[in-house]
Design a protein around this ligand. Structure first.
Ligand code: SF4
Length: 54
C-alpha cells in the first residue's frame, strides 16, 4: 500500500505534478494519496526529493 510519511514530506508538490491521478495536496500543505493504484505512482515515488512516499 502506498503511504506518505508526513513527517518527511516537505510539501514540494513534485508527486502531484508527476502524478495528479495518484496524489493531491492536503489542507495541511502535505501530499496525500488519492489513488494508490494509479499507474504513475511509481514515477511519483522516484520524483520525491525526500523519499517520503512508500
Ligand atoms: S514529492 Fe515528496 S516531499 Fe514533495 S509533496 Fe510529494 S511526498 Fe511531499
Amino acid at each position: 500500500m502506498t503511504t506518505i510519511n508526513k513527517t518527511k514530506c516537505i510539501g514540494c508538490g513534485a508527486c502531484v505534478s508527476v502524478c495528479s491521478d495518484g496524489f493531491e495536496m492536503g489542507e495541511d500543505g502535505k501530499a496525500k494519496v488519492k489513488n494508490a493504484k494509479a499507474p504513475c505512482v511509481k514515477e511519483a515515488i522516484e520524483s520525491c526529493p525526500v523519499d517520503a512516499i512508500k
